[in-house]
Design a protein around this ligand. Sequence first.
Ligand code: COA
Ligand code: ZN
Length: 298
Amino acid sequence: MSRPVEIVEVGPRDGLQNDPANLTTEQKLEFIARLEAGGVTRMESGSFVSPRAVPKMADSAEVFAGLDRSRPTKHIALALNEKGVRRAIDAGASEINFVLVAGQGFGTRNQGMTPEQSAEALIHCAPLVHEAGIPLSATISVAFGDPYDGEVEVAVLTDLAHAAEAARARELALGDTIGVATPWDVHARFDAVRAAAPDLRLRAHFHDTRGAALGNVYAAMQSGVDIIDASCGGIGGCPFAPAATGNVATEDVVYMLHRAGFETGIDLDAMIATAKWLESVLGHPVSSSLSKAGSFPA
Ligand code: COA
Ligand code: ZN
């Protein structure tokens, strides 16, 4: 079990967008620099959405302007409409992650779009990204359940996967925005999407709202997924998902994978130290297990 697994750190975006703390641009840049020093090479560093919808991401252009570009890190910008894609390109994003949505209830509230409209928006925006020479990926939010509408049909995911293929996205994530997935569900949905769109690289995005996130990471890997989103400290959540909690914690995922012999390139001790530093700037404890229990063996 020595296959490499790519961890995409989403703390600076998914993590901070819903935290009660208001970090300054300089503190966000320090967070990003600490993550890079700990071995992170790909991360969501901000989102280009309406500042009224998500005030915590209003300074993403300033964050991108302050990044240390001498490092090889791929800085992903989240976008969900043409204005966001244009702003992300102008800000110098290394990659754009476009948000598709699998449920109408959440989609309407989060981004003013039905699943079909989010697919149309991706297909409309993709040429802009390709012309800019930037890699395009997509994430299907609420892929395991919608907080307003309930169950999400697998067919919605395969339709969105076909749209991602048509848009020439190179990677697609299934996002459990509200943390309702179980490992068996993860197998079924990743296997269905892989069968429907075999050329897309698949990425897993889990929130630990109902305690199953690490089990879901394991299940995704058993289904052949080797790109995992996680946030340092397990911070995060979506402002449009009631009772949202954080992403699966980077240090918890890294611990589990390293113990099994997988390679992530991430320094576990550095990630734990960054989670503790985060507690001091956020002004509250973070939820990860490793930041409390420490690594093993010591
Ligand atoms: N960046 C900055 N401003 C944007 C924007 C973007 N990507 N997209 C739209 N806006 C602005 C418009 O210019 C307009 O501003 P104005 O009122 O000053 O003229 C305002 O937002 C409303 O635009 P409209 O097109 O009517 O959109 P809306 O009010 O239906 O909101 C979104 C739709 C997509 C802009 C909004 O829901 C949004 O940004 N959601 C993001 C949610 C999110 O990030 N969730 C977490 C990650 S999945
Ligand atoms: Zn998320």
